[in-house]
Design a protein around this ligand. Structure first.
Ligand code: NAD
Length: 306
């Protein structure tokens, strides 16, 4: 299959390499010259213009940072034709960027109006998942289009879930990450509370990891060193999943909450907590580093007047 892969950043480059390694003809493009150079150095065929990348494509994959970039690239933003116009008629567009649900629906509508098929297919699993082809894809779009995309997604990942119609892959991503943010904060709070009560980290872990407090934020991303040796807490919170990315995803959750009017006060509190974390310099740390903020902001009861 001829695949155009646009957006060769942290995620896109290893994903594109996995497609090429599986025998597809992959032509890459990135607006940033250093990203194009890095991709060439990594052995990928890369061209210097977007239209050239998509001219003979059967499938166009995009992995950009924002929804604005996806919509601008699809539509064209003044300099040259957009991807939808430059591509052969009736091909499949697969957008793997994490963007807002309404932006994803706009991208689908633009693709449809131009006579193409499209799916939104955001991922979880991070750079390591992209490198190891173990990503999880959450996919939105018509069933036939999702099935057409599935073999490629399975080449880049370990799990592909069809979540429903256009935009619902992004909806699943936003809902999942809102759960994750809130649970990571409360797990951190529980460990700090345990410290103050004289309960050891290991004892809390041994109980909660086999009780109703069990969750990923505890058993995989445990925010204290020791109980889970692979968690970022054991390496001074080197990501993992950076606070800045969690903050971005919670911004998308906030947009979705505003759009739907849902009373998501826990999720929106988590949004505010991570905003503060990033403003305080946590953007490049793993988001489980929130435990340091919990400690820093907890009262020192010893200094309270009797
Ligand atoms: P990145 O910033 O490293 O890469 C994005 C690339 O897209 C950049 O190189 C940029 O120059 C390029 N780009 C932007 N507009 C373009 C255009 N019109 N044409 C061609 N290239 C263009 O970002 P990333 O870390 O690779 O993340 C990509 C997406 O995946 C984001 O939406 C992010 O939220 C999501 N995501 C990232 C991770 C992670 O751990 N990095 C995990 C899950 C999901």
């Amino acid at each position: 299959m001829n695949i155009a892969f646009l957006g060769l950043g942290h995620m896109g480059l290893p994903m594109a390499r996995n497609l090429a390694a599986a025998g597809h003809v992959v032509l890459g493009f990135d607006v940033a010259a250093p990203a194009r150079e890095a991709a060439r150095a990594a052995g990928l065929d890369v061209v210097d213009d977007a239209a050239g990348a998509v001219a003979d494509a059967d499938v166009v994959l995009t992995m950009f940072a924002t929804g604005g970039q996806v919509i601008d690239a699809y539509r064209g933003s003044g300099v040259g034709p957009g991807l939808l116009e430059a591509a052969p008629t009736g091909i499949l567009f697969v957008d793997c960027s994490t963007i807002a649900v309404d932006e994803a629906r706009t991208a689908h509508a633009l693709a449809k109006a131009a006579g193409h098929r499209s799916v939104d297919a955001p991922v979880s699993g991070g750079v390591v998942g992209a490198e190891n082809a173990s990503l999880a894809f959450m996919v939105g779009g018509a069933a036939a289009d999702v099935e057409a995309a599935r073999p490629l997604l399975e080449t880049m990942g370990a799990r592909v879930v069809h979540c429903g119609g256009p935009g619902l892959g992004q909806a699943a991503k936003v809902c999942n990450n809102m759960i994750l943010a809130a649970s990571q904060i409360v797990v951190a709070e529980a460990f700090v509370l345990a410290e103050r009560l004289g309960l050891s980290h290991q004892a809390l872990f041994d109980v909660a990891s086999h009780a109703s407090g069990q969750c990923w934020a505890l058993t995989t991303n445990c925010p204290v060193p020791g109980p889970v040796p692979t968690s970022p807490a054991n390496r001074d919170f080197a990501p993992g999943f950076a606070g800045a990315l969690m903050d971005k995803d919670l911004g998308l959750a906030e947009k979705a909450v505003e759009l739907t009017g849902v009373d998501a006060r826990m999720g929106m509190l988590a949004r505010a907590v991570y905003r503060e974390f990033v403003d305080g310099g946590g953007g490049t740390r793993d988001f489980s580093g929130i435990i340091d903020s919990v400690r820093a902001q907890s009262d020192d009861v010893r200094s309270r007047p009797a």
